[in-house]
Design a protein around this ligand. Structure first.
Ligand SMILES: [Zn+2]
Ligand SMILES: [Zn+2]
Length: 873
């Protein structure tokens, strides 16, 4: 039985009605007064502010505890919610329905996570039930459930009482069924006593449901020392004799003796630096015993390219790869010595973990300064103290090298949670975490809610990344919640970045975050050389402003790198062929009818695709309005840049990395791997290329237009531009020679571009902080975006005006700075008109109170309240 959280089980068209009705209702499912043992508060994934009350039948006291899932009725719908509290009496004068079923026999959410959910719901003004739903995998099996069946004897012996006979009859019909299932069949709440009696009498047998669930196992070859040798493993001469005087053979024997446990053949070969033949010889000599081991974790399972993949490997061909070679049993040794600045950062974090006091840090160091090594050692230290660690990254698929590293370091004790996993796989990883098998969790923002015990370390890598903000309800920010969870767990919260958010930098200034600085780059200290190309001076730019991607200088720099057999990364933050297909004859721009914005032309697919709502049509040959064959692509996306590149540099192997790549099966891993191996010389991509890849042979990175974000109507536009440019710059010259960065722009004097080019972080920070302070933007204020959407423009506009009036009229409105009402930057999206208000205040507490008191509970239009918004669209 599986429980799909929050999804309707039946009758999706039925309207939501409150289950609490006036007394005297005769409708089925209501509990007569006094019949219930107590009342459970159940938080449901519906847009209601408070949990609903349900009657709990006698005998369920031990089961309907906070943190378990329950199936209930709301109106005509059946929903699954979480029990969050209990009451002895219902409010006077209301009839309360019975709770239909309790799904778990132990809580899926512990006390700590329930508290975090409550905080999240209050802070982000989101319904508690929706917060709880987003904390759990969508299809979690019932927890703590057991499967029971009749033994041979049990089927024959007579029942001792009526209840036993019912149970036995149900098991005769049902075969192997879960206890929850049995309860549902019999309509009886608590069968534990009778089941215990039957089991003690040997009439039924049972097992944990988890024992029989999960994917079919994969197997790997493993070896161990033969028993005789294992007993004498301390004896050097015995080892030498066993190895037959072979140096590699001895290395294998030494390794197994040292680790004192079996190991996969792959692990042994890697450790001893030997071939499979050496291991096979030792097996045939009876020195080693070979056996098959169920593979627990592998890179393949997480669809990450394996380090050893050679040319023509399955991954490169887009095929599933064979079981990876690195299914290891234990953490490998850290690979190298730390620099002094890394060492003191590790020491500070490790001390804080040992102290068991909440300690928040910002670890700041440029790309290549070895931040990852610092937090991986901190995680190892947490484990050594018996505490767990959660490592958050913006997107796992983009950091295969990191995932590989973490897997090699923590092996069996690592759980990777990410969207690429199938439902069953995600459940299984979640289970391993809950059982304490996995104590290190790597994942995107939702991994923040992993049910680890005794959390000691929370890492938020690339903490400035907007991917940490969830853009649907509940609109939480994982970085900020990581601080909240860290506080309640007495853990270290370690924010990590080469370009920290201004919020975090501000928190360092105010002493709310401890500062850990890494000053040097690993290997050698040279910053890349910055080269600014002023596009205004470029020939031909006046004629076709959007079309210049390869300035004279950039072409020359690319030639230099290619001649030196080095690699090049080109950033163009726009996918598709051209942002617009324009009719030169009549001006038709082929806008999306739902969003009002030009659709992006994808030439290879011959489609016009709206990047905001995904609506696509076939690209026409002639203008659909005037019928002239005058359609012209305006501007350039990655696809067109690739085309231009192939024209200018014929015969040079080039690949594209963007969202379109990731949609092709195996596409992302294949592109990254080809580039890592050097099969492709040039990688063209969107901002995805700026994320945490490590390509030592890249000597040149170039930003084709630095101005894409600068003009965007968002107060973080400059910060984003600076971050992107700095990260791209960090990709060049990570090997043994300094790299070059080319930035092409129409705004060569802009402070963000200048600072990124020269690596003058302090200059950028001073100027940007001044701007934020003068114009009252975060981090100097707290901001909430209030958005009203409706298919009718007048209704949306009237709605936002109504809200603005209510906020201004409220006494607390005086301390709040209101901007708008105004059309949102994207006034129309997906067929809806959008109007917004930005509310800013120095104190979040007052701002929140104002919103709670002044905003309508059930408005006739769609209302979104986004606390600490990251994307103002
Ligand atoms: Zn036309
Ligand atoms: Zn659209």
């Amino acid at each position: 039985m599986s429980a799909r959280n929050g999804q309707e089980e039946e009758d999706p068209a039925a309207t939501a009605a409150l289950p609490v009705r006036a007394a005297g209702t005769e409708e089925a499912g209501f509990a007569p007064a006094g019949a219930a043992a107590f009342y459970a508060e159940v938080a449901l994934p519906v847009p209601l502010p408070d949990p609903l009350l349900y009657a709990v039948p006698p005998g369920w006291q031990g089961i309907a505890v906070p943190g378990v899932r329950a199936r209930v009725r709301i109106g005509k719908r059946r929903l699954i919610g979480i029990v969050v509290g209990r009451r002895d009496e219902p409010p006077p004068g209301v009839a309360v329905r019975w709770l239909d079923a309790v799904l778990d026999r132990e809580p899926v959410l512990g006390v700590d996570l329930l508290a975090l959910a409550r905080f999240t719901a209050e802070y982000y003004l989101a319904p508690l039930g929706e917060v709880l739903r987003s904390m759990l995998p969508a299809d979690l099996e019932p927890w703590g459930d057991r499967r029971v069946w009749l033994t041979d004897g049990g089927a024959l012996a007579p029942a001792r009482d009526e209840l036993e006979s019912q149970v036995i009859e149900a098991l005769r019909e049902g075969g192997r069924i879960t206890v929850s299932d049995l309860q549902a069949r019999l309509g009886l709440p608590d069968l534990d006593p009778v089941l215990a009696g039957l089991e003690a009498a040997g009439r039924i047998a049972g097992e944990d449901t988890r024992a029989s669930q999960g994917r079919s196992p994969r197997y790997v070859q493993a070896v161990e020392l033969a028993p005789a040798l294992a007993a004498a493993a301390g004896d050097r001469a015995a080892r030498l004799a066993a190895a037959g005087r072979s140096v590699q053979g001895l290395a294998v024997v030494d390794y197994l003796a040292d680790v004192g446990r079996p190991a996969t053949a792959a692990e042994v070969m890697a450790a001893a630096g030997c071939s499979a033949g050496v291991v096979a010889r030792l097996v045939s000599r009876g020195v080693l015993r070979r056996f098959t081991q169920v593979e627990r974790l592998s890179l393949d399972r997480h669809r990450l390219p394996s380090r050893a993949a050679g040319p023509g490997s399955a991954v490169a061909a887009g095929m599933p790869s064979p079981p990876a070679s690195s299914a290891s049993f234990a953490p490998a040794d850290p690979p190298f010595r730390l620099r002094p600045d890394q060492e003191s950062a590790v020491a500070a974090v490790v001390d804080a973990i040992a102290s068991r006091r909440f300690t928040p840090f910002l670890l700041h160091g440029m790309t290549g300064s070895g931040k990852t090594e610092v937090y991986l050692r901190a995680a190892a230290a947490a484990l050594a103290h018996g505490r767990s660690a959660i490592l958050l990254v913006p997107e796992i698929a983009l950091v295969p090298a990191l995932a590989r590293e973490v897997l090699e370091r923590f092996g069996e004790r690592l759980a990777i949670l990410h969207s690429g996993l199938g439902m069953g796989e995600r459940n299984q990883e979640w289970e391993r975490v809950r059982r304490g098998e996995a104590m290190v969790v790597l994942g995107p923002r939702s991994a923040l809610f992993a049910p680890v015990a005794d959390l000691g370390l929370l890492v938020v890598d690339e903490e400035q990344d907007p991917a940490y903000k969830q853009e649907i309800t509940p609109r939480y920010h994982a970085r900020d919640l990581a601080l909240v969870r860290g506080r309640s767990a007495g853990a270290v919260t370690l924010l990590v970045s080469a370009t920290p958010s201004l919020e975090s930098r501000h928190n360092v200034e105010r002493g709310k975050l401890g500062a850990l600085e890494l000053t040097a780059r690993v290997g050698q200290g040279a910053l890349p050389e910055g080269i600014l190309v002023d596009l205004r001076q470029e020939e031909g730019v006046r004629r076709r402003p959007g079309d210049v991607h390869f300035s004279t200088r950039l072409r020359r720099e690319i030639e230099v790198s290619l001649a030196a057999d080095e690699q090049v990364i080109l950033l163009r933050n726009r996918r598709g062929y051209a942002p617009m297909l324009l009719c030169r004859a009549c001006g038709e721009a082929m806008r999306c009818p739902d969003c009002g914005l030009p659709r992006t032309y994808h030439r290879r697919a011959r489609r016009l695709l709206c990047h905001y709502c995904g609506l696509a049509i076939n690209a026409p040959e002639v203008c659909p309005v005037c019928l002239e064959p005058a359609l012209e692509p305006i501007g350039a996306g990655t696809e067109r840049v690739e085309e231009d590149f192939r024209e200018i540099f014929p015969g040079v192997a080039v690949d594209v990395l963007d969202r379109d790549t990731t949609r092709r099966p195996g596409g992302l891993a294949a592109v990254l791997e080809r580039f890592e191996r050097g099969d492709t010389r040039v990688l063209i991509g969107t901002q995805m290329v700026s994320k945490g890849h490590h390509f030592p042979r890249v000597s040149l990175t170039a930003v084709l237009t630095a101005d894409t974000y600068l003009s965007f109507p968002d107060f973080r536009a400059v910060e984003r531009t600076y971050n992107l440019l700095t990260q791209v710059a960090g990709r060049a010259g990570r090997g043994d020679r300094p790299g070059r960065v080319v930035i092409q722009t129409f705004h060569p004097d802009h402070y963000a571009i200048q600072a990124a080019l020269t690596g003058d972080d302090a200059a950028f920070l001073a100027e940007e902080m001044r701007f934020r302070r003068v114009f009252h933007y975060p981090p100097y204020t707290r901001m909430v975006q209030i958005l009203v959407r409706d298919r009718k423009r007048e209704r949306a506009q009237a709605g936002i005006q109504e809200l603005a009036d209510a906020l201004v009229a409220h006494p607390l409105g005086r301390g709040v700075r209101l901007t708008g009402p105004a059309p949102a930057p994207f006034e129309r999206l997906r067929g809806e008109w959008r109007f917004q208000l930005l509310a800013r205040a120095a104190s979040f507490r007052d701002l929140r109170r104002l919103l709670v008191e002044a905003l309508p509970k059930n408005p006739p239009w769609d209302l979104t309240v986004d606390v600490d918004p990251q994307q103002l669209m």
